[in-house]
Design a protein around this ligand. Structure first.
Ligand code: DX5
Ligand code: ZN
Length: 226
C-alpha cells in the first residue's frame, strides 16, 4: 500500500478519460500538477454495460504512481468482486473499492482486501439508499458515493448528490475518507466538499481539458484540496 494517506482532501484523476496511447505521460502530467491518488475504473460489461480495463492497466501505471509516493485507487464496477482481489492487489492497487450492490458478502470482502495489504472501500450507486453502507461505516477505509450512474465518463452530476453525501458523512467516524465520483468539476466540487466529501474523482474535467495539469489545479482549488 502506498504511503500517501487519504486523510487530506485530494483530487483523484480518473484515467478512464486519458489518452491511452500516451497513458504514462498523462499520468506523469497530473502527478507533476500535484495529484497523489490516481483512479482506475474497472468495468466488466456485466455490472455495468462497458468493458474497460483490468489488472494490466494497474500494473502499467503502478510503478510511476508509487515512485511519486502516490496511490492507485481501483474502483471495481464488476460483479463478484471477491474473485478479483488477488489479481488487483498483485498488480499494485493501494485502494480497492467494490460496489455494495455487487456482492452479498461485503464484510468478508473488506477483510480479504485488507489481508492483501490494501485499503478497502465500498461504493454505492445513485439509486442505492445510504443505509447500504451503514453496517460497514464503522470499519471501512473509504466510502464512495456515485454522483452519476456508473458506466461512462462525461455524464452530468446528479444535483441531489450533496444531500446524500452529507447523510453518508453523518454515518462515518471522523476522518473516514468520503469519495465522490462522476460529473465532478470546478462547478460541482464545492457543494460536495461542503457536504463532507474529501476525495474527488475527476475524469473528463481533467483529461478532457487542453491542459490536464492546469485543470487538476483548478478543481483542487475549488474543492479546497492539496
Ligand atoms: C463512472 C466512473 C468514473 C468516471 C468519471 O462510471 O466511475 O470514475 O471516470 O468520469 P467523469 O469525471 O468524466 O464524470
Ligand atoms: Zn470511478
Amino acid at each position: 500500500m502506498s504511503g500517501t494517506p487519504l486523510t487530506e482532501t485530494r483530487i483523484a484523476p480518473s484515467i478512464l478519460a486519458a489518452d491511452f496511447s500516451a497513458l504514462g505521460s498523462q499520468v506523469d502530467e497530473v502527478i507533476a500538477a500535484g495529484a497523489r491518488v490516481i483512479h482506475v475504473d474497472v468495468m466488466d460489461g456485466n455490472f455495468v454495460p462497458p468493458i474497460t480495463m483490468g489488472p494490466l492497466a494497474v500494473n502499467a501505471i503502478g510503478e510511476r504512481v508509487h515512485a511519486a509516493g502516490a496511490a492507485v485507487d481501483v474502483h471495481l464496477m464488476i460483479n463478484r468482486p471477491e474473485a478479483q482481489i488477488d489479481e488487483f492487489a498483485k498488480a499494485g492497487a493501494d485502494n480497492i473499492t467494490f460496489h455494495a450492490e455487487a456482492t452479498v458478502h461485503a464484510n468478508r470482502l473488506v477483510q480479504a482486501i485488507r489481508e492483501h495489504g490494501c485499503r478497502a472501500g465500498v461504493a454505492i450507486n445513485p439509486g442505492t439508499p445510504v443505509g447500504a453502507v451503514a453496517q460497514l461505516a464503522g470499519d471501512i477505509d473509504l466510502v464512495l458515493c456515485m454522483t452519476v450512474n456508473p458506466g461512462w465518463g462525461g455524464q452530468a452530476f446528479i444535483p441531489s448528490s450533496p444531500a446524500k453525501i452529507a447523510a453518508i458523512r453523518e454515518m462515518l467516524p471522523a476522518g473516514t475518507p468520503l469519495e465522490v465520483d462522476g460529473g465532478v468539476d470546478e462547478q460541482t466540487a464545492p457543494s460536495c466538499a461542503q457536504a463532507g466529501a474529501t476525495l474527488f474523482v475527476a475524469g473528463s474535467a481533467i483529461f478532457g481539458a487542453p491542459d490536464p495539469g492546469a485543470a487538476y489545479q483548478a478543481i483542487a482549488k475549488a474543492a479546497g484540496a492539496a
